[in-house]
Design a binder for this molecule. Structure first.
Ligand SMILES: [Zn+2]
Length: 245
């Protein structure tokens, strides 16, 4: 049997207030936050809330909010902090019913979002203990990675493929998802000029965010994102195992 690392062995706090460990995955777009989250969900039994997926679900529903989000994303802009936080809050209310560890993917993205999120924890509605996992990868590697990325259009699947031969991640049949048979296409926002705009916005917020996490006392550790996803999961397990939680 595989060893269960300390972090999720002690998922619940033993004090009077039961606290759940919540992981914030942070890093530039394309650094593999989504892929690592998916592995943590499938292999380690974590739950994941991805603001990207919440946005795409809203767009798919065709609501007025969805149309607004669609426009902002296509222009490489950010969805307003209050709106994103509300979607995360609603997700917690609906989904937070068991003891699974929760990963936040793509949120908080701004200091304002982090402040709103921290307030949510402090008011006691969701008593979390927060650990920040920082995925590190340089900009040029990201532009190369994202502009060769193809995604399954099936909303339930969203498997990721790459046209970069080095990555060895093309589907067996061109344009068809190996997993579900859905259509595999490039995302509208995965073109170099939009990627660079997203990176510019990302860097604008990344340092103030880390400062905020350190100031409020969240635990932060760094992961090398320039390695195959399986190795990244391995490093993640080692790092979290070493945390004295
Ligand atoms: Zn698929």
């Amino acid at each position: 049997m595989r060893r269960v690392p300390l972090l999720w062995q002690n998922a619940w706090w033993e004090g009077s207030l039961k606290k759940r460990t919540l992981l914030i995955f942070t890093g530039p777009p394309g650094s593999g936050k989504g892929s690592l989250s998916q592995l943590c969900v499938s292999k380690l039994g974590f739950k994941q809330v991805s603001t990207g997926n919440l946005c795409r679900q809203e767009i798919a529903k065709g609501t007025q909010t969805g149309e607004k989000i669609d426009f902002l994303i296509k222009s490489g802009k950010l969805v307003p902090d209050g709106l994103i936080t509300q979607m995360v809050y609603d997700w917690f209310l609906e989904q937070l019913d068991d003891g699974a560890l929760v990963i936040l993917d793509g949120y908080p993205r701004t200091v304002r979002q982090a402040e709103l999120f921290h307030k949510m924890i402090l008011d006691g509605t969701f008593p979390f203990r927060v650990v920040v996992v920082q995925l590190a990868l340089d900009d040029e590697a990201i532009v190369k990675r994202l502009s060769s990325r193809f995604v399954c259009q099936n909303k339930q699947c969203q498997a990721i493929y790459s046209a970069n031969p080095d990555a060895n991640m093309m589907p067996e049949k061109e344009g068809i998802c190996d997993t579900c048979g859905g259509e595999v296409r490039r995302r509208k926002d995965d073109v170099p000029e939009v990627i660079r705009e997203r990176l510019r916005i990302y860097h604008q917020h990344a340092h103030p965010l880390l400062d905020f996490y350190n100031r409020v006392g969240y635990r932060v550790f760094k992961l090398d994102a320039d390695q195959p996803i399986k190795n990244m999961l391995h490093q993640f397990e080692q790092e979290t195992d070493g945390l004295a939680l």
